[in-house]
Design a protein around this ligand. Sequence first.
Ligand SMILES: CSC[C@@H](O)[C@@H](O)C(=O)COP(=O)(O)O
Ligand SMILES: [Zn+2]
Length: 206
Amino acid sequence: MKYSEAFLNAAADLCAAGRIIDSKERVPATSGNFSVRLPDGTIAITVSGKHKGRLQIEDIMLIDAEANSLDGKKPSAETLLHTSLYKRFPNVGCVLHPHAINAVLVSRIFKTEIVLEDYELLKAFNGITTHESRIVVPIFANDQDIPRLAAEVERYLDRHDGCYAYVIAGHGFYTWGTTVDETLRHIDALDYLFDCELRLHGVKKV
Ligand SMILES: CSC[C@@H](O)[C@@H](O)C(=O)COP(=O)(O)O
Ligand SMILES: [Zn+2]
């Protein structure tokens, strides 16, 4: 298959993002998955089962908005969690899913949501301009049935605006943004803020 220049640029960005995320130990083993939406509405996404810190261009594939493979490769097992975010949010251009240990730990102490408020670093999120802000990160039960999990996320997002991320309990988190860089920034901010909450609740040493 002959890939477009837009696809090849997105693929290079995703490979680089994988190395950055892996360097912070947020995608152990073959965990995590990443995607970028292209100008024509198709999506560049990681092939299932690859080590996300060692991605090569051929480990990124093309799907349509309905999650169908356009190049015969096998997309991430969690592809529906990406496509549903792109359908809902026209401005979203990137979705990143790390298995950061802090997300796993917060899901063990908070059961339904994590409230992050009065932190300067909230300004790392698109559209937030003051520490006098509050964001809620919902926590969903882990589920190997991805269509069912995607439907659960949909039900939540139908009822809540201003959501930047969600945690899947014992698993990791999903976050999204307009660009790869912005979404990487969201990962950094979430990991730091989860770390603050874990220390505050005595799970980690201050
Ligand atoms: C190494 S187990 C992780 C997987 O079960 C899954 O949660 C994951 O994030 C990666 O799946 P993938 O199909 O490679 O996108
Ligand atoms: Zn996962």
